[in-house]
Design a protein around this ligand. Sequence first.
Ligand SMILES: Cc1cc2nc3c(=O)[nH]c(=O)nc-3n(C[C@H](O)[C@H](O)[C@H](O)COP(=O)(O)O)c2cc1C
Length: 275
Amino acid sequence: MNKQRTEHLRYGSPSAIPAVESRKTIDTLLSHQSCRAFSDQPIDDEVKQLLFAAAQSAPSKSNLQQFSFIDVNCSSIRAELIQLFPSIRWALEAPMLIFIIGDTHRTQEINRVRNHTFRWEQTDAFLNATVDASLALAFMIAAAESISIGTCPVSKVRESSEAIAKLLKLPIGAFPICACAFGYPQNEAQPISPRLPQSVIVHRDHYQPINFSEIDRYDQTYNRIAGPPKARYPEKFGEPNQSTWSDNVARQTAVLERPDFRDMCESQGLFRKQS
Ligand SMILES: Cc1cc2nc3c(=O)[nH]c(=O)nc-3n(C[C@H](O)[C@H](O)[C@H](O)COP(=O)(O)O)c2cc1C
């Protein structure tokens, strides 16, 4: 890693961040792939600082910056997480593990300390914080991948969101969105996971009806390049003749996942009716 430093204005006045060789942004984005096996090589604090600065560079609604990151290093918290979610041990043991928090707590506290009453519509407030946090994470992932660090977001941790809120001591107004593992990849790159054709995603002038032949075409493309995906919920729906992306979409959304997520949000003070 190049130890040179460059100046930037991200925090309002000139401050120094580690300089790295820059790569073409779009090439980095187009070659994104999640990484689920990391080498033991740690991520330097300077690099972490750079990644957080990249995350904070994302746009945010009215510059409210309604997200927080919790960088989990403590071995006992990591051990508790592994007990809660043994199937994602690979992520919970990654060299760097962060939780992405939607954060209306800070806004509400600023509102209170400046002698106002928080009157935002709660679902809109939840969405604003979620969007801010998601954009920040996307910037951070792109930054990491541009310097050969592998990443994988994990929403599995929301399966016990009450326990996460407790373990991470989240205050009222803060809620977990997902975790994200970072580390240097252990293996060679896998084939890039193909995406739906633009004709399905990009609508011209108004919303177009779904063209299922394009979905079928995507299923075939996906299976040709990445291989058939592991069928979701075979214990409920059996093994399909041939598993596909769209079959998995249908299977996954036919099961109520994370039924207690709203309860956690309510106990974090979200979605309260305004008086
Ligand atoms: C919010 C979010 C949550 C995710 N949660 C998980 C997860 O719990 N476990 C996992 O293995 N991958 C998880 N992923 C990674 C996706 O499975 C992955 O991005 C997707 O399959 C596309 O593959 P690619 O990222 O390699 O292109 C998550 C991604 C996002 C954006």
